[in-house]
Design a protein around this ligand. Structure first.
Ligand code: MRU
Length: 348
């Protein structure tokens, strides 16, 4: 389960990000020299996935203080606001950057912050591995209660593995963990238009781990669920609010509605850093609208008429009523009511 894929590396003070735009055909690392480099890498999706953009946020703040050791707290907060703007929907970015600001507030000499932020970034990534493992074990217990101990057919959307988390993964972490226990029969990875996180990234991870799978187009989900080819669906999250409504990659909501129709259990798997209990319902989540060329073109080639227009919301909000349960490091949240969400998330 320890993957050989390293989406972030930090060696001899050099921060490098694996350019996920080029996967799976090329494995190229880009060096990040400044907070601006990190912001651009997040915006342009060199790095993506809610937890990983959160970690890149910490590295970005570390680079800011490295180059501005005499910065005032106000300047640090301004830099934090700038970096938080890189992508709006995943709350992990703001969550991690706000924690950097809290660390800065406690500091009397800002130049002491650089090594502290570096070790904070490293320990956050290591801690996530333990959390992901707890989530996978909770998912396993839940699946045993439904299906007993037999190998299962699992469907997933987007990429929620090492490439999205830096370590094991959330929804895809469940798949890796179950596979390590010989409990995966087959995986169906939704292609995930337009950025193709499923066909380019999830399949890449599944191939590395030799997990049997097929890529499917988004529109095929109803065919598979109607024909009882899937035992359970696992998806990640970019922001989960108080009533359990969950923003995740565009298409997740559609999949959850189809799952409910055919009675297939549908789970969200996400760390507590993906919860935003300041919002009471999903209607209040800002949805990122991305460039239409992600839809109209493949690489630099138009695949639609050059005059066509495309609307490109990058996320949608899955209604809590369509979610069987939300799994975080503190356990399974079911029912997905505000009281229950708070009770589990705020459990110490
Ligand atoms: O646009 P992306 O690739 O950053 O979107 C990622 C997703 O929607 C993931 O499902 C989500 O961040 C969970 S990652 C563990």
């Amino acid at each position: 389960m320890i993957s050989s894929i390293r989406p972030i590396t930090f060696d001899q003070e050099i921060l490098k990000l694996l350019d996920q735009r080029l996967l799976p055909s090329e494995e190229v690392y880009l060096t990040m020299k400044s907070i601006e480099d990190c912001s651009r890498a997040i915006q342009e999706m060199v790095v993506r996935g809610a937890p990983l953009i959160g970690f890149t946020g910490i590295w970005g703040m570390a680079l800011f203080i490295k180059h501005n050791p005499k910065a005032t707290l106000e300047q640090f907060v301004r830099a934090a606001d700038y970096l938080k703007d890189a992508r709006p929907t995943a709350v992990n970015l703001a969550f991690e950057i706000d924690r950097c600001v809290e660390m800065a507030r406690l500091e009397t000499h800002m130049n002491a912050l650089y090594p502290k932020l570096i070790s904070h970034a490293k320990s956050e990534m290591n801690n996530l591995y333990e959390k992901n493992l707890l989530m996978a074990q909770t998912a396993e217990t839940e699946l045993i209660s439904i299906y007993g101990d037999r190998p299962l057919n699992i469907m997933t959307i987007c990429n929620t593995g090492v490439l999205a988390c830096g370590v094991l993964g959330t929804a895809l972490g469940v798949v890796s963990y179950l596979h390590s226990k010989n409990k995966i029969k087959h995986v169906y990875a939704s292609e995930t238009r337009p950025y193709l996180q499923g066909s380019r990234l999830t399949s890449f991870e599944l191939l590395k781990e030799k997990i049997p799978h097929h890529i499917i187009v988004e529109g095929a989900s109803s065919y598979l669920l109607k024909n009882k080819m899937v035992d359970a669906i696992f998806a990640g999250a970019d922001r989960i609010v108080e009533n359990g409504d969950t923003a995740n990659k565009i298409g997740t909501s559609t999949l959850s509605i189809v799952a409910k129709h055919y009675g297939v259990p549908f789970y969200i798997v996400a760390p507590i850093s993906s919860f935003d209990l300041n919002l009471d319902t999903g209607d209040k989540i800002e949805i990122e609208l991305r460039n239409q060329n992600e839809i109209l073109k493949y690489k630099d080639q138009f695949i639609s008429h050059p005059d066509a227009l495309a609307l490109n919301p990058s996320f949608d909000v899955t209604d809590h009523k369509c979610i069987t349960g939300i799994i975080c490091e503190n356990g399974l949240i079911r029912p997905t009511s505000p009281e229950h969400v708070r009770r589990v998330v705020e459990k110490r």
